[in-house]
Design a protein around this ligand. Structure first.
Ligand code: CAA
Length: 279
């Protein structure tokens, strides 16, 4: 997600600084961005000149201290509240007083990050969708402390990236995952109970409702570990069986079948298996 966010910022003309934990991760991220921009050029979405200019606007660092002159920071660290709170507290010390601090978390309450700083009025959620360069939405999360001015400045920024903005209150799942997670876990339950094959469920949703991917293809794309993490956060917050993770999901995560990123999820990509297409 981090590389996708950096890519859209640089493509929109912003001087963009990316922080990673080490140089190897920075190199891998830059490679991903170059590949994605290359695909954009091939598909006629940006010119080679614009790609080169965007890449020039992108620099990397391993130190948060380099964020001392920034106007907006979008945190996309691993989904661990302690890491996020620590990062926000450090950024609060380093960044200029006017800077807005945003989190791309898909499930952790934004108020936890806001209250780790001395500028809770300048903190909000900016939840991008995967793949960031293609998906047109950013879901903004306003906490009890986010000011109107922060929301308005952030809205102008998001629109300047070419995205549509929706605004949610600071509640588990926000808008998209509150609806998406029960849909995905219901599909797993249907399959787990032998009600239908994963292929038929995928084809049903693609051809029956024009979703671009069926639920199992999407689960493999998003990551089964990510889905389980969000389902557990939602269940914790609402104590509602709609959000209870199916046993099969939990077991697949334990087995390391995390989806495309590990070569195997509901489909076994390592053996050449591919999800059905909608054609
Ligand atoms: N830069 C810019 N544009 C690009 C691009 C790039 N690198 N790569 C592709 N594109 C453009 C293509 O040119 C094409 O544009 P047009 O429609 O104008 O022709 C468009 O993007 C689609 O590209 P493809 O034809 O390669 O891809 P596709 O049609 O096979 O769709 C997909 C791929 C967008 C991933 C689609 O399958 C899809 O939308 N899937 C669902 C994704 C989804 O639901 N994401 C959200 C997950 S939930 C989440 O993220 C939140 C969370 O917290 C879990």
């Amino acid at each position: 997600m981090g590389s996708g966010i950096a890519e859209v910022c640089a493509r929109a003309g912003y001087t963009t600084l990316v922080r990673e934990m080490n140089d190897e991760l920075l190199g891998r991220g830059r490679q991903r961005i170059e590949q994605s921009m290359g695909a954009g050029v091939e598909r006629g979405k940006l010119s080679a000149v614009d790609r080169d200019a965007a890449l020039q606007r992108l620099t990397g660092t391993t130190s948060l201290a380099d964020f001392k002159d920034c106007d907006l920071v979008i945190e996309a660290a691993t989904e661990n509240p302690e890491i996020k709170k620590k990062t926000f507290a450090e950024l609060d010390q380093i960044c200029p007083p006017h800077a807005i601090l945003a989190s791309n978390t898909s499930s952790i309450p934004i108020i936890q990050m806001a209250t780790a700083t001395k500028r809770p009025d300048k903190v909000l959620g900016m939840h991008f969708m995967n793949p960031v360069p293609i998906m047109r939405l950013i879901e903004y999360v306003r906490t009890l402390t986010t000011s109107d001015e922060t929301l308005e400045t952030a809205r102008q920024f998001g629109e300047s990236l070419g995205k549509r903005i929706i605004v949610s209150k600071d509640r588990g799942g926000f808008i998209v995952n509150f609806l998406l997670i029960p849909y995905l876990t219901e599909a797993i339950r249907m399959y787990e109970q032998g009600f239908a094959s994963k292929e038929d469920i995928d084809i049903g949703m693609m051809l029956g409702t024009s979703y671009p991917m069926g639920p199992f293809t999407l689960l493999d794309f998003v990551g089964l570990d990510t889905t389980l993490f969000i389902a557990d956060v939602l269940f914790d917050e609402f104590k509602d069986s709609r959000f209870a993770a199916p046993t099969l999901l939990r077991q697949m995560v334990a087995a390391g079948y995390l989806g495309r990123k590990t070569g195997r999820g509901f489909y076994n990509y390592s053996t050449g298996e591919q999800p059905p297409t909608g054609r």
